[in-house]
Design a protein around this ligand. Sequence first.
Ligand code: DCP
Ligand code: MG
Length: 370
Amino acid sequence: PQVTTPSPVVRVSQYACQRRTTTENQNKIFTDAFEVLAENYEFNEIEGRCLAFRRAASVLKSLPDMVRCLGATEQLPCLGEHTKAVMEEILQSGRSFEVEKILSDERYRTLKLFTSVFGVGPKTAEKWYRRGMSSFSEVLAEPGIQLNRMQQSGFLHYGDISKAVSKAEAQALGSIIDEAVHAITPDGVVALTGGFRRGKAFGHDVDFIVTTPELGKEEGLLTSIIKILKKQGILLFCEYQASTFDMSKLPSRRFEAMDHFAKCFLIVRLEGSRVEGGLHGCRADGRGWRAVRVDLVSPPADRYAFALLGWTGSRQFERDLRRYARLERRMLLDNHALFDKTKTQSKKEMEKDLECKDGCVVTKKMGVKN
Ligand code: DCP
Ligand code: MG
């Protein structure tokens, strides 16, 4: 008799940092829908549901093939009833009624439009929407509205910075930053991070970490870079945040979204002549340059590894990396350091941690996919 060996069940971890994921997403049809739902929950400040859809999207992105029937999702973590219902609908009809309803919703569309402006977060977007505005021209014509410097630049360069940045453009910016850093200090370190470090072909901005091998010498590095870019006449916007990093105050009790390193948010003028293959997308106005959003962060050399890890992303990967550290390794990870909690945590805190561990079946002993 013929013996069939059952195909091995590949267990998918509930943690993004334990899943091998390529940049090719085979399940875009579902994850695009999930992103709309997540964003809508975000606008309505329903954090738990927002996160649930982002987690589900992250799981589907790690799969080597497209999900073609709901049965194929049985063994997958982080997919709840709601996510499965949306998937089922998409599998049957190619679309989700709920997603389409959101996409045509006036409030969602307006908040989505307003938050696409550099410097405009959900709070400001909501404020403008409540005051009855639904277009940029209405915002710009409204006499009572005071735009801050960032928002003014956001509107001014909207056409350019809402367009994707290509890898070639990121590389061209890399050499601009590289030249500036090495003019300041020959042994300076520049690392391309964010989405481009993960191998993405396009991004919404370009993120760099800059530092010096010698501890303390990185102080003033960002301000010197800013000076050089200004002198070159290519700095269209700059917001500088000085370092508030204090090693003695670590670990901080709760996780903060932003780290304490010196950083700056820039808009840089990039000449097409500096970009291999030219600027991404053809320029109808024949300007020969475009504006690009650039973030620079400058940790001291002994924090470099943590900063690099934290700024490489993706956001979901970072979230899960911290969750994995906390729940599976009893450690505390952020952009500054990694701490062993078993040495500092009280029993009560430890029990609380275990309570918030996900319902998904994952134990320390469970084999992970990669
Ligand atoms: N990051 C984070 N938490 C934040 C902001 C950033 O963990 N609140 C990390 C993860 C991001 C990285 O920094 O991947 C860079 O932030 P970006 O917003 O630039 O995200 P990406 O570079 O990943 O994507 P994009 O291509 O949109 O720039
Ligand atoms: Mg980025």
